[in-house]
Design a binder for this molecule. Sequence first.
Ligand code: HEM
Length: 533
Amino acid sequence: MAMISTSQTTDCHTSTHSTSQNNDCHTSTHSTPETTDCHTSNQSSQNTDCYTSTHSTSQNNDCHTSTHSTPETTDCHTSTHSTSQNTDCHTSTQSTSQLNALRRHQEYGKIFREQFGSQYNVLVSDPALMEEILRTEGKFPSRPPYESWVLYSNLRHRRGGLMTAQNEYWKKSRSTLAVRLRPKAVCDYVPGMNQVCEDFVERIAYLKDDTGGTHLVPHLLNELNKFFMETIVFVMLNKRLGCLDKNVSGQVNGFIQAIATMFLTGHQLMVFARFHQMLRTRPWRDHVKSWDQIYEFAAQHVNQRIDEVSTELETGGPPLEGEHVDFLKYVVGTRQLTREEIVDNVIEVFMGGIDTTANATAFLFYLLSKHESVQTRLVAEIDSLLGKRQADSSDLQQLPLLKACVKETLRLFPPIPINARTTTEDVAIGGYHIPKNTILMMNLYVVSRDETVFPEPDEFRPDRWLRGEETSAHPFSLIPFGFGTRSCVGEFGAVSLVLQHFRLQKSDLFDIKPSVRTQLTPGPELPVMFVQR
Ligand code: HEM
């Protein structure tokens, strides 16, 4: 696989792709220039990953190739693809699909259009353009939902939840749920969450291979998934599932497996989901089966909790002003959503929250294990503030390096590498006219790896986020949680407790192989050794 070296990337960017101002080489060599249309790249159809689908260059004989001044295009093209000598470990841990995305933006610029069947997508990798998109969205911002999720909801006559909802139903769900998931509200759950963290640390100590001497934790990503599932279920349902018990029950394991299958098959159905449904293909059948299992398990727990809080509300009356109310009690108390709508929403929040946080934490552990000097400074920061005590909600503000490490991890490996919007009316972005129903794909990953935005983009340098050294990057250059009224409702949990117990070391046995499986993931096994402190 050809690698992209940083210096060559710079050449390409500066010489040919400066974008939004319409003064880049693409625009300047267009036959129909300013403010009309952006570049078009025709997709070579059958790709299973709509984010990363490789276009066949030879088919690009429309405005892109036909209007380009050939020498410049050729220069740029070859300069970004001829770097096979690069053995740098940074680039080797980029997923193939993200490397493809980088190349395409290097080739076509920071805004270009591609056609996918009858659907037009506009791909954007410029913070200023992303700001324009996100600041001009209307009352009901529309994020294209995973089609397979919507097809499943329709099949089972469900309304779906926050992740897939649109228009008035989305607004109603959002205003009911988000308020109790904001960081301030989640602080109320910190003592219980710390208990979950303690159990996770105990489980890591139990699982890590000390006798074999590798100190590795088998299936670490799966363990992180369990940890975040336990945490999110605790916050939302005020109950423990037992995901971190020594012997996890068959039911809980089945639920975890079903989520993994749902995401995997969802990724396979990313393109032409309707055809898969019509033809009842294997991925479609597995997708439906896994959703059914997820619903069966989760609905049982959510319904049980709705019954409990409904009784509490009937007997105790509405909560007093300022009184801590748990998430579901609050939601039921608002009477805004039906029982079925609550179930659908809670399940989709689970699905939005578990894998994202697990993948992000896995990448963070990996990066810390690889960068011992950062880890040493971070451990010193945590030790001097917390000693042996557990973190509480006010501590995060006093752990600037921890925050910086989290930000830097999300920059290098954003779990949702591409965020998107569907235009609900004709709009102008970067001077281009974009018709209604176009999908605007904002490639967070490509921005993160753009050295005109972040110097030394492939380096893990948390210091770039610290006071005094703060990056001068555009405010929209790092938006891993999205922005605006449709942004993420979740908040990223602390990892301080793990570092209070273990020193993380990179194992030489193997390295990660990131890939996009609906989300950007480092893969099931991580070369991170947990050495007891
Ligand atoms: C590192 C962790 C996470 C990352 C990187 C992340 C990222 C994102 C992104 C990029 C979006 C789309 C935002 C937009 O369209 O502008 C999103 C939406 C969402 N996230 Fe997260 N997320 C994370 C954790 C969580 C957690 C912990 C929860 C739940 C407790 C959660 C629940 C949701 C929900 C429900 C939405 C849909 C919101 C809506 O459409 O109104 N996420 N997330």
